[in-house]
Ligand binder design. Structure first.
Ligand code: PMV
Length: 344
């Protein structure tokens, strides 16, 4: 017998890619393997209310911060269709989904990774609640999250997630992410990611379109080879805790991502003048202080500043005095590496 109006709630963090996923094929399959650090504070908190469906088709109501959002609800209808081979029971219910992001709406931070991650965890737990599985299958949940939004699959793993098949990493797969937390030096477990919001405007070119433009990018093949080589280099860097080698690779990946955008056809630019100002200040500070403060960028203008906890006092004081004045409305989201999704 089905339960009426039961609820399952999961919070899932965002993640920041060290080796970037940029270029895809088929159903969200990556052109190259990627690795990210899992964050903790920037997360989505999602409640999945479910009851036996009343009509032939499942009904889904989606609320973002208590406001009904029809366009998200439509996306979730197709997401549920797309994961039916993994979780056939999803078609048996009507749903009310209530979601909230801990980062401000106006921050320009994409919520697709944390949002899809949280929803995938709710579905994975529903499988357990229905007695169809003895425990949550993270691999399967990560597979479903990937179908929702590629990089979301890495958010389900503690500390660091690896997605995409690569010869140096056993059990790596294009279908889902795996945890490499045990192979990561302690110093990276303490990492901070302070995100300078340079602009909160919606991106002029979406990630989906950006991935698509990689198909005809003249540097695509070179990029995929480079990403594979970076995956190899990062493995030993993560093991031995070399924070400067880590940072150098981090910045190279960010610059490559944006260079690829600039030489796409049509070409586009997502960084802004202030992005470059922040980058120059970070590099100047690093040259003078020798502190391992390095940056990376997502597909947008905001700058992620990464550094180990042992340097936090000095680096935070530099950020307050020199970087904060460049942030839109002074907004800097102070995050740290975390343990992945949490039930609440
Ligand atoms: O998962 P998507 O389709 O939003 O693409 C993510 C792309 C980057 O954030 C630029 C890189 C990554 O690996 O997260």
């Amino acid at each position: 017998m089905f339960l009426q109006n039961e609820v399952i709630k999961w919070a899932c963090p965002s993640n920041i890619a060290i080796i970037k996923y940029w270029g895809k094929h088929g159903v969200q399959l990556p052109r190259n393997a990627s690795i990210s650090l899992t964050l903790s504070k920037a997360r989505s908190e999602t409640g999945l209310y479910y009851s036996p469906k009343v009509e032939e088709k499942s009904k889904i109501d989606f609320y973002l911060d208590e406001v009904l959002n029809e366009s998200f609800a439509n996306k979730i209808v197709s997401f549920f269709d797309d994961i039916i081979h993994l979780y056939p029971f999803v078609k048996n219910f009507d749903y009310v989904i209530k979601s909230h992001n801990t980062f401000p709406h106006s921050s320009g931070i994409a919520s697709s990774a944390s949002g899809m991650g949280a929803l995938a965890m709710c579905i994975a737990e529903l499988e357990v609640a229905l007695g169809l599985s003895l425990k949550i299958d993270i691999q399967k949940a990560s597979h479903a999250a990937r179908i929702g939004s590629g990089s979301a699959c890495r958010s389900l793993l503690p500390v660091a997630g690896l997605w995409g098949e690569h010869c140096d990493y056993t059990n790596s797969s294009d279908l889902h992410a795996i945890s490499i937390a045990d192979e990561v030096h302690n110093v990276f477990h303490t990492y901070h990611d302070d995100i300078v919001i340079v602009s909160a405007k919606e991106k002029s070119v979406s990630s989906r379109a950006g991935h698509g433009l990689m198909e005809n990018n003249p540097f695509a093949t070179v990029r995929y080879t480079l990403a594979n080589n970076h995956m190899t280099s990062l493995k030993s860097i993560l093991q031995n805790g070399d924070v400067d080698a880590f940072g150098t690779l981090l910045e190279q990946e960010a610059m490559t991502l944006h260079a690829l955008m600039m030489c796409s056809a049509p070409s586009y630019i997502l960084i802004e003048p202030k992005t470059i100002e922040v980058i120059n200040l970070i590099r100047k500070y690093r040259a003078e202080s020798k502190d391992p403060l390095y940056f990376t960028l997502d597909a947008g203008p905001n700058v992620h500043m990464l550094y180990p906890h042992s340097y936090a006092e000095r680096i935070k004081s530099f950020i307050q005095s020199e970087i904060k004045p460049l942030a839109q409305s002074g907004l800097i989201i102070e995050d740290q590496v975390g343990e992945g999704p949490v039930k609440f």
